[in-house]
Design a protein around this ligand. Structure first.
Ligand code: PLP
Length: 388
């Protein structure tokens, strides 16, 4: 039986068919063909957890384990690096250096003399910056990463290891997003942001198409009758929207998509509560779920989730730690943000009102995503009690 903690569950009052196609299939096909040809690409594992399913009173539970993705420790490797390649190829074409360079050309260092003068920049609370820095290094570009002062030293070191210049800025993730955009404007750098805003949607769209590779792999690997529910954690909403588009495209009826956020950074739940208007989180963003500590939804992600999500959950840090420990007992290493989706499922499964609201029952088959491994190993060891 899971520990119980106070949490919020908001069934989406606007649930229905989204009116905007935010992630067209053509873009996804290009992303999947590109990423699956990268050196070292392999689908990550989908694990069955029958013991946890029994405890939660559901028929089946599978977890997609992103700890091994490209050696970077999270699904974010699929998004940022893919978008860096797109930005570099477009800039090489604009400069007349290569009219149709490919990611394979970049991996081979064919245009290294040109890419070394191009700088990509982004804000991060860890995993996205690692992906962008890794991509920039692999493709021979310069990189500037903006982190807010709450990002742990372990996570900063992991980014700096890929040769990025690190800029620490006061405030939150959202302040770092603004600082990265402003400095990039001054310096002529290219912003590779995982969140979108009016007028800035193309790069985040590519990033989300990359994330869909994770969701589509999970659906390819899923055994037996399809999932009835998908629990996916939300920061700015990018990965939740990517998973949403993939499951809606592939499955009819679509499973219920439940978005799980930290209690102190629940901007997607706040937006649903505000009748679908993108709305900042009311919390102070002070959560151990560092990857989810985002105060403002991504514009294009919200255009999907506003109608497609079945419900929004806001969970406390202690529930994420409980889910990390539960996954560790199953032999799965999952970080604080990685375990949030399972934390949401375990809390909802224990709570009769939430079970009813989400139509969770003994026939439910649930897919959750462990979106990261121990991306801060020291913190993981402290929280779980064993080294990753
Ligand atoms: C491990 C992990 N899971 C989930 C997310 C949430 O992704 P998004 O911000 O696209 O909602 C993040 C974001 O950084 C993350 O690092």
């Amino acid at each position: 039986m899971a520990d119980s903690f106070p949490f919020r569950c908001l069934p989406n009052p606007r649930r229905g068919a989204p009116g905007i196609v935010v992630l067209p299939q053509g873009g996804f096909r290009r992303a999947r063909a590109d990423i699956s040809a990268w050196p070292g690409y392999a689908p990550t594992a989908l694990h069955a957890l029958p013991g946890v399913a029994a405890e939660a009173g559901i028929a089946a539970l599978h977890v997609k384990d992103e700890s091994g993705r490209f050696g970077l420790g999270s699904f974010k490797a699929l998004g940022g690096a893919y978008a860096v390649a797109g930005v570099l190829c477009a800039e090489l074409a604009r400069r007349g250096a290569a009219l149709s360079a490919t990611t394979a050309d970049l991996f081979a260092g064919r245009y290294a003399a040109d890419t070394r003068d191009i700088t990509v920049a982004c804000a991060t609370d860890g995993n996205h910056g690692r992906s962008v820095a890794w991509g920039a290094q692999r493709f021979g570009a310069a990189c500037a990463i903006f982190v807010h002062e709450g990002v742990s030293g372990g996570r900063i070191d992991a980014i700096a290891r890929y040769g990025a210049a690190i800029h620490v800025v006061p405030g939150t993730y959202d302040d770092a997003v603004r600082a990265a955009a402003a400095e990039a404007e001054r310096q002529g750098w290219f912003v590779v942001s995982d969140t979108s805003w009016p007028g800035y949607t193309e790069v985040p769209r590519d990033i989300m198409q990359g994330y869909r590779v994770m969701a589509e792999e999970a659906l390819d690997q899923w055994p037996g009758p399809p999932p009835t529910h998908v629990f996916i954690q939300g920061g700015v909403g990018g990965v939740a929207a990517a998973v949403s588009v993939s499951v809606r495209t592939r499955l009819d009826p679509a499973p219920s998509l439940v978005v799980v956020e930290p209690e102190r950074a629940a901007c997607l739940l706040a937006s649903a509560a505000a009748g679908g208007t993108p709305t900042p989180a009311t919390g102070d963003l002070d959560t151990i779920m560092a990857g989810l500590a985002c105060g403002e939804p991504s514009l294009i992600a919200w255009q999907e989730l506003d109608r497609a999500a079945a419900a929004f959950l806001a969970v406390p840090d202690a529930a994420a730690v409980g889910a990390m420990r539960r996954l560790a007992r199953e032999g799965i290493v999952s970080g604080e943000s990685g375990a949030a989706g399972l934390a949401g499922l375990l809390l909802a499964a224990e709570d009769p009102a939430a079970r009813t609201a989400l139509a969770l029952g003994p026939d439910s088959r649930v897919l959750v995503f462990s979106t990261e491994g121990a991306t801060d190993p020291a913190l993981y060891a402290r929280l779980v009690g064993t080294a990753a």
